[in-house]
Design a protein around this ligand. Structure first.
Ligand SMILES: [Zn+2]
Length: 668
């Protein structure tokens, strides 16, 4: 986070989206007073305010915003000021109906909701840049403005557009990538299904087809669509920089969101920000939100980041919107701080009285201040005030999970041996590490892995030559790797790497996968373990590889079916390191045992004494201990420490109440 923002928001930022334009000005003084009561020091203003800011194609109608920002500045509350471009106003759509996006099956989406724009339409880009430019000119240097917030949740509802203007932009993107049509035909496998193109204008986005679209075309369109939205962001960012240089610029990612390549995007953001909405009805909501935190920190290269949106209580957009349990808002907020967040914001400050989000919770609920939610909001503000010492601190991680959006797009395309869902697989590998107090980074396959001891490679279906070399080099220099089934299968053009899977890592793993034998949904196959005593035999799910050992030692064998007796998991010494391979998805206990073994081999502490549901993560000089349980829990910590939240000395035995939290630091 920049020096300027640090000056404006000392310690941990706290607040939410503030939409004064949705309320009579008579309520604004109360807003400011209650923000002070809750410890709010940072609000996001104006995200969906285009029609109020610019009711006609002319200069801003911004008196209301001047007055609102003035009140916030007087109260010492920083503002993350939106450019307001996420939802084009009706007058702009009427003047340029081509702005409305088109789906893969040719339907043009209608006005009347939000984010109804095609990123490739020049009229939209020009209008958005014009508004961003006017906003930056007017509010550059404003004492309240600490950060610029471009658009909102890019790709949320319309991750790709299939209109004719998008088709033209896609062709331009392909020309830049391939130069000659012959190279495109080669990369896309044009000889299959008679798909060789003889003119660029024959090339289309992958619109709805009789059966599976060309997978390489599909992959390039995913790359293009992420880049096209990024170009919209970049254009607004550059317009802001003309008038407001030096003020950080951000936009808010959606968590674990497939359409945007967040590694590419984060490189263009001064501050990485994310919206996190785990489902309170999911018993592992805290696990998914921890993954979101770790991913957000990781795509930013370890920089402190902003939790831009979360719900103080329920959301409004699931079929059933379960409220957060008492203390859950606090626990998930402090989890975000523990995992590198320097600001904890919610959508939104005051729950709306009208519109499509009126049943989305707010920090100030419909019921007012005599409410559970408000009391929790005030308490969290006080807690965050005590955590100023951790702001800006790093979160050390010794384990990396490799993630590449290009591989994600390719993995989840059709016409594969089996449907796989990357988030579900990542969750399987992440869970035992989370439960063992092991902090995990996500890393790009071509990223710097030298700081890690253990690298996990779950279903990295597509890998570039550079990525494959990087993993091999990591192992050769003493690192431990664990690679799962369906990794290293294709190159960046979706072309099979031949000669037995996974071709780039056969030597590394000491094996060759001859063929795949995926399991139907719900099916399990018993496994015989050759792990050390005490590690029970388990079962495999989802997938079976037919493994031909070429130097690796078996760790698990299939115990039934036509692969009975053949290896299901292996290990192989390589260079100074060791390479593990998983040819199936083991049950949770077996996967935990394998990951414990890999951590042990890598010299990574893998705790087995944490009660399930208790999270432990270190940031800077603090150890965060967070219970996500709705009952009390007792366990041993070892040693005595100072709890920053209570100033109590605690340990070695600790007792936490439901969703109890400790932030421990050295006693002096
Ligand atoms: Zn379009």
């Amino acid at each position: 986070m920049s020096r300027r923002e640090r000056q404006a928001v000392r310690g941990i930022g706290y607040g939410g989206d503030y939409n004064p334009e949705q309320w009579p000005e008579s309520t604004w003084a109360e807003d400011i007073r209650l923000m002070a009561e809750a410890g709010v020091n940072l609000v996001t203003v104006g995200v969906f305010s285009w029609s109020r800011l610019q009711p006609a194609p002319s200069d801003l109608t911004a008196g209301w915003l001047d007055r609102a920002l003035g009140l916030l500045a007087d109260a010492g509350i920083g503002v993350d000021l939106a450019t307001g471009t996420a939802s084009p106003p009706p007058w702009l759509v009427a003047a340029h109906p081509e702005i409305l996006p088109v789906t893969a099956d040719g339907r043009r989406l209608a006005l009347g909701s939000r984010q109804h724009y095609c990123p490739s339409v020049p009229a939209f880009r020009a209008a958005a840049v014009d508004l961003a430019s006017r906003m930056a000119r007017r509010y550059a240097g404003h004492p309240a403005v600490t950060m610029w917030h471009v658009s909102n949740e890019y790709g949320c509802h319309v991750p790709a557009c299939y209109c004719e203007l998008s088709a033209e932009a896609f062709r331009d993107w392909l020309r830049a990538r391939y130069g000659e049509l012959g190279r495109l035909n080669e990369a896309w496998g044009g000889a299959v299904w008679s798909q060789d193109y003889t003119s660029w204008d024959q090339v289309q986005p992958p619109r709805t087809t009789p059966t599976f679209p060309n997978p390489a075309q599909h992959l390039d369109f995913a790359r293009f669509s992420s880049d096209e939205l990024l170009a919209c962001y970049r254009a607004e960012r550059e317009a802001i920089a003309v008038h407001s240089p030096g003020t950080p610029v951000t936009t808010n990612f959606l968590s674990l969101f497939r359409p945007l390549d967040q590694f590419r995007w984060a490189a263009e953001l001064d501050v990485v920000a994310v919206d996190s909405y785990p489902d309170p009805a999911d018993a592992e909501a805290h696990l998914l939100s921890a993954m979101t935190c770790d991913l957000t920190r990781s795509v930013g290269g370890g920089r402190p980041w902003v939790l831009m949106e979360q719900a103080p209580n329920a959301v409004n957009w699931r079929p059933v919107n379960v409220p957060k349990a008492p203390g859950q808002y606090r626990a998930l907020s402090l989890q975000a701080v523990a995992r590198g967040g320097d600001a904890i914001l919610s959508f939104q400050w005051r729950a709306a009285a009208t519109g499509a989000e009126k049943f989305h919770s707010g920090m100030l609920p419909h019921a007012g201040t005599d409410s559970r939610v408000w009391r929790e909001v005030v308490r969290l503000g006080a807690d965050l005030g005590l955590l100023a010492p951790v702001a800006g601190c790093e979160v050390p991680a010794e384990v990396a999970l490799l993630l590449d959006w290009e591989s994600w797009w390719a993995l989840e395309a059709d016409s594969h041996p089996r449907r796989l869902r990357l988030i579900e697989l990542l969750r399987e590998f992440y869970r035992p590490l989370f439960e063992a107090g092991v902090t995990v980074d996500f890393a790009h396959p071509e990223g710097d892995l030298s700081g890690y001891r253990l690298v996990l490679v779950p279903a990295l279906y597509l890998v570039s030559d550079a990525g494959a070399d990087n993993v091999r080099r990591f192992a050769a220099t003493g690192g431990t790797v664990l690679i799962s089934f369906f990794s290293g299968i294709v190159d960046t053009s979706e072309r099979i790497r031949l000669g037995g899977y996974p071709a780039p890592w056969r030597d590394l793993l000491g094996l060759r996968v001859e063929e795949f034998a995926p399991l139907p949904d719900g099916a399990v196959v018993r496994l015989d373990s050759v792990l050390e005593a005490g590690e029970a035999d388990g079962s495999g799910r989802v997938w079976q590889d037919v493994i031909d050992l070429r130097g690796a030692d078996p760790l698990l064998r299939y115990a039934e079916g036509h692969l009975a007796g053949q290896p299901a998991a292996t290990s192989h010494p390589y260079g100074g390191g060791e390479a593990f391979y998983l040819g199936t998805l083991p049950d949770r206990a077996t996967l935990r045992a394998l990951l414990a073994r890999a951590c042990h081999r890598a010299g990574v502490a893998f705790r087995t004494d944490l009660p399930p549901g208790v999270e432990m993560v270190r940031r800077g000089g603090c150890l965060f201990v967070i219970s996500h349980l709705d009952r009390p829990v007792e366990f041993e910590l070892g040693g005595k420490s100072l709890d920053l939240l209570t100033s109590d000395i605690v340990g070695p035995a600790v007792a936490l109440g439901p969703r109890g939290i400790l932030v421990l630091t050295a006693r002096d």
